[in-house]
Write a protein that binds this ligand. Structure first.
Ligand code: C2E
Ligand code: CA
Ligand code: CA
Length: 638
């Protein structure tokens, strides 16, 4: 059987269409798209050489001369460049450098070296092909090496994508793998067979699949505003950082955009955003515009372009005029935050933190404010991030400790309970007080897991120390309101208690009043559920600011803990003393038990006992101490 030129011409047409499509995209400048374009061009030219070379020989009567051999050589170079480019494409896409590990680097280099060697040898000896009368130039034994490397590259690329390209949906990966497998099979099957040449066509289909799967416009562009999306921003920043290329980000955060949406409707709101986005693309010639958040855009400016100051001027000027859609005309305003790499931040996570922090600072300054990250005191942000890390580290390595502070029962004249207080020691930061790291853990959500770890430690201690045999009736455990609002909060607590055979009367949960003040129905529901199971609650830090009488009425608190500042005030100031006395009287009428916190002196102890506090807690008795010290203490006291 001879050679069917039509199939190769079809392949060539597909390749040309792909090249044109790819060239017409305005997001060309991400590196992955560039590699993809080179791959397409390389493959298109390879097929062109193939068709021209064979046609000249078979139909044009040209004998294999230097020129014809040159065309054949070019075909092999271009054709076998494609698998290398494919491998490179997958690596660029993943954003994971192959040079990070010796093994991946070696595995990456070997095929390139072999391929280069094979192709150079081929240029001199033509060992990859021979000329046959019925099919023109045809693969010879030398090509087996090139084919083997091709198979290797395809597998490397697919595996790399499977492992590192997390954005790639599994179904899409399967699509790429199937077509890759088909190419491999047909390539091997076709070698030495007299069948027509299907490989070029299949490769063209493969490129088409890759175009749809990996170069899909919808995955790169925000469909509402038609600018690049966040994942492309991440990808580009990663590349810049890798290449140590400076850039500036201007983040535009719309002010009160919710108001626009509410007043004019979401459709008009979307139109406005679209207009802002379109305007931003005109601010600088080479700048890239991204949708950064729901009502936020980022403009990336590279060195040598318009420059920060000028760009900001242009933006501010535009915002002095209304934005007009079909039927509304609105004055909009936006804050502007500027972050520069590498001056303000040096890693992707860092840049994003600094951007978010700058946007918050700009918002705090007021509508239309401009903030340069370089003017901000990033110290607080860095400290917070360092503490976040320390908390994560301690959670991973389970290095948190729980200390216990005894609580004195004035009626029984002994310790009948204790408060569990978490302690964190970090190698770098030293002791980090809980009132520093707990709010941070609350902000980023780690408190949910951390809280459960603390609770588990407490339950374990209650059982292993056999507290039931001591004077200690129950342990007070602080729970953050963020925890209380979790759906599974009740089930998780009960499961841990069951695991350690701790009974509800051995646990009391402390909730702070500040946090409780902004609570939701779930909080109330959870508290009531646990209360129904026999677990009691304390209202912590009573009198430290917010009015909580409403809460005392609504939620079933068994204990109220008077904030230590309120207690101390009562001794420094006569009127505060009277307030405290009547507060205690009122709470007693409400039939709740009272703990006075911050008891530091004998005078405080006797007066607080005198006005009727049921429990006293403070350094007068003991600070919070480690488990064993605590056990020793209650042993001695009884
Ligand atoms: P809190 O719940 O009001 O805990 C009482 C704090 O007062 C503790 O500080 C305790 O060491 C301190 N304290 C006790 N007696 C005295 C005294 O006589 N004088 C003075 N000056 N201080 C006294 P700590 O351990 O630093 O905890 C601070 C806050 O961190 C706690 O306030 C609580 O809100 C939070 N916290 C501590 N452990 C946990 C925990 O396991 N989970 C949660 N969610 N929050 C915790
Ligand atoms: Ca407490
Ligand atoms: Ca307290």
């Amino acid at each position: 059987m001879g050679w069917d030129v039509n199939i190769d011409i079809c392949a060539l047409i597909i390749m040309c269409v792909l090249v044109v499509l790819q060239l017409s995209k305005h997001y060309m400048s991400i590196r992955r798209s560039f590699v993809f374009l080179i791959m397409l061009i390389s493959q298109a030219l390879a097929i062109l050489c193939f068709v021209v070379g064979r046609s000249l020989f078979l139909y044009g009567g040209v004998q294999p001369n230097t020129f014809l051999n040159l065309i054949a050589d070019a075909f092999y170079v271009l054709q076998y460049l494609v698998p290398l480019l494919f491998m490179h494409y997958m690596v660029v896409w993943s954003g994971r450098s192959v040079w990070e590990h010796k093994a991946t680097a070696v595995l990456f280099i070997i095929p390139i070296v072999i391929m280069a060697f094979g192709l150079i040898v081929n240029a001199f000896t033509h060992w990859a092909y021979t000329w046959t009368l019925d099919r023109g130039f045809e693969d010879d034994t030398g090509v087996i090496i090139l084919m083997a490397v091709t198979v290797y590259c395809i597998i490397y690329g697919v595996v790399y994508a499977g492992i590192f390209v997390r954005k790639l949906a599994f179904s899409k990966l399967v699509g790429v793998a199937v077509i890759a497998l088909a190419i491999i099979v047909v390539m091997i099957w076709q070698y030495g067979s007299v069948m027509s040449n299907y490989v070029n066509f299949l490769i063209a289909i493969g490129m088409l699949v890759l175009y749809i799967v990996a170069q899909n416009q919808a995955d790169m562009i925000d469909h509402n505003t038609q600018v690049l999306n966040r994942s492309i921003l991440d990808e580009r920043m990663r590349n810049h950082i890798k290449n140590k290329k400076r850039f500036d980000l201007i983040v535009l955060a719309m002010d009160d955009f919710k108001f626009v949406n509410k007043t004019f409707g979401v459709t008009a709101g979307d139109m406005m955003l679209m207009q802002v986005a379109r305007f931003l693309t005109t601010v600088s010639l080479r700048g890239k515009v991204y949708r950064y958040g729901a009502d936020q855009f980022a403009l990336e400016i590279s060195p040598g372009d318009i420059g920060l100051e000028k760009a900001i001027k242009v933006i501010q000027e535009r915002f002095r005029h209304p934005w007009i859609t079909e039927d509304v005309s609105v004055m909009l305003s936006a804050t502007i935050s500027c972050v520069s790499y590498p001056n303000d931040a040096t890693s992707i996570a860092n840049i994003i933190d600094v951007v978010d922090y700058s946007v918050l600072s700009a918002k705090a300054k007021g509508k239309g404010a401009v903030v340069y990250a370089s003017d901000l005191n990033l110290h607080n942000l860095r400290k917070e991030k360092a503490i976040e890390k320390a908390v994560e580290h301690a959670m991973k390595n389970d290095t948190f400790e729980v200390h216990y502070q005894p609580i004195f029962n004035t009626e029984k004249q002994c310790y009948t309970s204790a408060e569990a207080l978490v302690r964190l020691r970090d190698d770098m930061l030293g002791n980090i007080p809980p009132d520093v790291f707990i709010p941070i853990a609350e902000r980023n959500g780690t408190i949910v897991k951390l809280g459960m770890m603390i609770f588990e430690k407490v339950c374990k201690f209650i059982t292993s120390a056999n507290l039931r045999e001591t004077s200690i009736e129950y342990i007070e455990v602080n729970v953050s309101v963020v925890q209380c609002m979790q759906k599974n909060f009740v089930e998780d607590l009960l499961a841990i208690m069951e695991k350690y055979q701790v009974t509800p009367d051995q646990i009391n949960l402390e909730v702070t009043e500040t946090a409780a003040a902004n609570s939701l129905a779930i909080l109330q529901e959870n508290i009531e559920k646990l209360h129904a199971k026999g677990i009691s609650f304390s209202l912590d830090d009573y009198g430290s600011g917010y009015s909580t009488l409403g809460y005392i009425h609504q939620l079933p608190f068994r204990i109220i803990k008077l904030d230590r500042l309120m207690v101390w005030d009562a001794f420094a100031n006569e009127r505060a003393g009277i307030t405290l006395k009547y507060t205690v009287g009122m709470l007693k009428e409400l039939k709740v038990r009272i703990v006075a916190e911050g008891v530091e002196t004998e005078e405080q102890q006797s007066r607080l006992e005198g006005i009727g506090c049921d429990y006293l807690q403070g350094w007068y008795y003991s600070k919070a101490v480690p488990e064993n010290d605590f056990l020793d203490m209650i042993q001695k006291a009884s």
